[in-house]
Write a protein that binds this ligand. Sequence first.
Ligand code: ZN
Length: 201
Amino acid sequence: MSTAYTESLNKLIEEFGKLPGIGPKTAQRLAFYILKAQPTEAMALAHAIKDVKTRIKRCEICYNYSEQQTCEICSDTKRDKEIICIVEQPKDVIAMEKTGTCKWVYHVLGGHIAPLDNVEPDDLTIDKLVERVRNGNIKEVIMATNPNIAGDGTALYISSLLKITGVKITRLARGLPTGSTIEYASGKMLTDAIIGRQEFE
Ligand SMILES: [Zn+2]
């Protein structure tokens, strides 16, 4: 980095440069933008960053992001708490909710089983899910892990654990292209997959 910049400006360029998709040129442009911005505008960005890192935690029931102990979906009295939809990431909850067809609650695994990347079942919230199904009055569990090898493998593992509870296990219909992800599926495709969900074999 050029020493023509002051130390704090260098630091800001360096930090912007660590963000995904931001090259050195863009990092420099953003840093200069902040430098020239009104103090209130620049500080609003700083506060927004601080807030997401200090206020957001995991819902103690479903492990989705939340600013309260229990997230808005789990606290919603109009939701059918007897149906749990299992997804890999909080982003998937957003994708599912956008379809407007989901009146159930979720369970966010925090990823998928991937032994090659050292992600074992214990690294996910699978044990918490099994506990939830055992203790709650659950009539259906919907597997909405990604339709790829890792997602399918994770769903299979979970279903083997849940079988003993006797709960009905379904999975999204195979309308979603194999190898794709819930996050990038179109709303229409996802809605069809939800409506056409089938018993998990
Ligand atoms: Zn929740």
